[in-house]
Design a protein around this ligand. Structure first.
Ligand code: G6Q
Length: 544
């Protein structure tokens, strides 16, 4: 008989403990312990985590760490890093950590060391990227490539877009990068509007090479290219490369498998930005910077694997997420990077976190009796402060926040960076400590206005501070959240590595497409709402 999470001793103790400290205010916690701001911190791989403004005491942390032990986090980490097939529902190993392992590492899947293959693909990617970047790789008409369009969706898009935006400072500005993901034709039209087919390279990124959106966009891209270059089919070889695990489908599409960069079924889509799916990233920032990105990932992997849990950044972040989700009933977590280059980081994290832990059954197929994956969301600072922060400060919900700040601006500009960072510190401070009625009154506020201007405070946040947004640091940040998600998944005993909900969407749309396109009225066997919507759409469609 498996022990249910809610029956574990640490869980029960946490429930009791929560009742005791629920009302405790961060003001009191800080007043009691003048050293809290130094003590409740951890630092690793150049990332500094201040978690002092969380509603936790030493006892809370002790119990959360005990919970991690009781849930066998250490054994589960070892199982992942050693290539065990921990993605049980798909019978796959989960080895994104092998993608950034050094050349001499040995990580085996089914008895075979996968690291040499990983490096062989990286070397081919580097060779290809250098040729494109130097202008040695020529298009069909002999012109060099000046525009790169990545076609992919979900895990084959969000990582590449996020990394491109995050590392734009390091990118070759002579090359234009575009990302097409949506099956809405506008995405393709706008991305290619002013591009010259003779100078454009398409990267079709799809693990399966069957995804409706990507295949539709890839076909459209091929038509666009061929019509722009006079219809000679041999042009495809110079303007299309593929990133996939499915050589057969790549070749059926018409892309020479010599121009295919592979990866493996043990790389989940949302964990693939550091595989060949990162080809657009490497083209943008160059192979050396890409390797620095991988080095950063690896450094965080090592930290996660070896650091004691009480100083382990991903473990701490993961346990805090569990604490708020399950004991404070927090529904969401906001990720707020104070770095414009990280503007797509929250969107990237949404997939990483919500696709991974948005599960309602345990690994053994039992319905859970506790909440799992919180909703992640966010925007770069300071913009959010002028919109949704109001609700975080004075609304009725508890929204734990992760603030991410950098010591140095990528391009220093007058006083901008000091002002930016002042906002990080001020927001975290205001959320934690608020403003009492006495303080508001002392400012001369009229009595009737006082309640409106009171800030309860006691709203938790983490501050992650690091020096500068380098490729290495980006790798560390992504790995930090990857392993935090893993930690949460272990506590909740769910499988963070399947995505049956996404697979469902893929299958359902495929069924409806022919019903929309049928020249004759199709027999519809959906529910009455879906049938009706399909009929209405068909009527609208034929009128235009
Ligand atoms: C990621 C998901 C999903 C996937 C896309 C694209 O973990 O499985 O977002 O990445 O559906 O799939 P393909 O790469 O196979 O086109």
């Amino acid at each position: 008989m498996k022990t249910l999470l809610t029956d574990r001793p640490a869980w029960k103790s946490l429930s009791e403990h929560h009742k005791e400290i629920e009302k405790l205010h961060l003001r009191e916690l800080f007043a009691e312990d003048g050293n809290r701001g130094e003590q409740f911190t951890a630092e690793a791989a150049g990332l500094f985590l201040d978690y002092s403004k969380n509603r936790v005491t030493e006892t809370t942390l002790k119990l959360l760490l005990q919970l991690a032990q009781e849930c066998n986090l250490r054994t589960k980490m070892d199982a992942m890093f050693s290539g065990e097939k921990i993605n049980a529902t798909e019978n796959r190993a989960v080895l994104h950590v092998a993608l950034r392992a050094p050349r001499d590492a040995v990580i085996k899947v089914d008895g075979k060391n996968v690291v040499p293959e990983v490096h062989a693909v990286l070397d081919r990617m580097a060779d290809f990227s250098n040729r494109v970047r130097k202008g040695d790789w020529k298009g069909h008409t002999g012109k060099r490539i000046r525009s790169v369009v990545n076609i992919g969706i979900g895990g084959s898009d969000l990582g590449p877009v996020m990394a491109y935006e995050a590392l734009k400072h390091y990118s070759d500005r002579a090359l234009t990068f575009r990302f097409v993901s949506n099956v809405d034709g506008i995405d393709f039209v706008e991305a290619t509007r002013e591009l010259d087919p003779a100078e454009t390279l398409f990267i079709v990124s799809s693990k399966t090479f069957t995804t409706l959106e990507t295949m539709t966009n890839a076909q459209t891209a091929r038509d666009w290219l061929l019509s722009g270059l006079g219809g000679d089919r041999s042009a495809v070889a110079k303007h299309f490369v593929a990133v996939s695990t499915n050589a057969e489908k790549v070749s059926a599409f018409g892309i020479d498998t010599a121009n295919m960069f592979g990866f493996w079924d043990w790389v989940g889509g949302r964990y693939s930005m550091d595989s060949a799916i990162g080809l657009s990233t490497m083209l943008a920032i160059g192979p050396d910077n890409f390797r620095a990105l991988l080095k950063g990932f690896h450094e965080m992997d090592e930290h996660f694997l070896t650091a004691p849990f009480e100083r382990n950044l991903p473990v701490l972040l993961g346990l805090l997420a569990v604490w708020y989700t399950d004991f404070f009933d927090a529904q969401t977590i906001a990720v707020l990077p104070y770095e414009q280059y990280l503007k797509r980081f929250p969107a990237y994290l949404q997939q990483l976190t919500m696709e991974s832990n948005g599960k309602h059954v345990t690994l053994d197929g039992q319905q859970v009796n506790y909440d799992t994956g919180p909703i992640f969301w966010g925007e770069p600072g300071t913009n959010g402060q002028h919109s949704f922060y109001q609700l975080i400060h004075q609304g009725t919900r508890l929204i734990p926040c992760d603030f991410i700040g950098f010591g140095q601006a990528m391009t220093p500009l007058g006083r901008h960076h000091d002002m930016l960072l002042a906002n990080v510190f001020a927001q975290a401070e205001a959320l934690a400590f608020g403003k009492t009625a006495e303080q508001v009154k002392a400012e001369g506020t009229a009595d009737w206005l006082v309640p409106h201007r009171v800030f309860e405070g006691n709203r938790p946040s983490n501050v992650i501070l690091t020096e500068r947004l380098t490729p290495e640091v980006l790798g560390k940040l992504v790995a930090l959240y990857e392993h935090s998600v893993f930690t949460q998944g272990v506590i909740w005993n769910v499988n963070p590595f399947d995505q049956w909900g996404v697979e469902l969407g893929k299958a359902l749309a495929q069924r409806i497409v022919p019903e929309l396109e049928s020249p004759t009225e199709p027999a519809l066997n959906h529910d009455s709402s879906t049938n009706n919507l399909i009929r209405r759409y068909r009527a609208m469609r034929t009128r235009t």
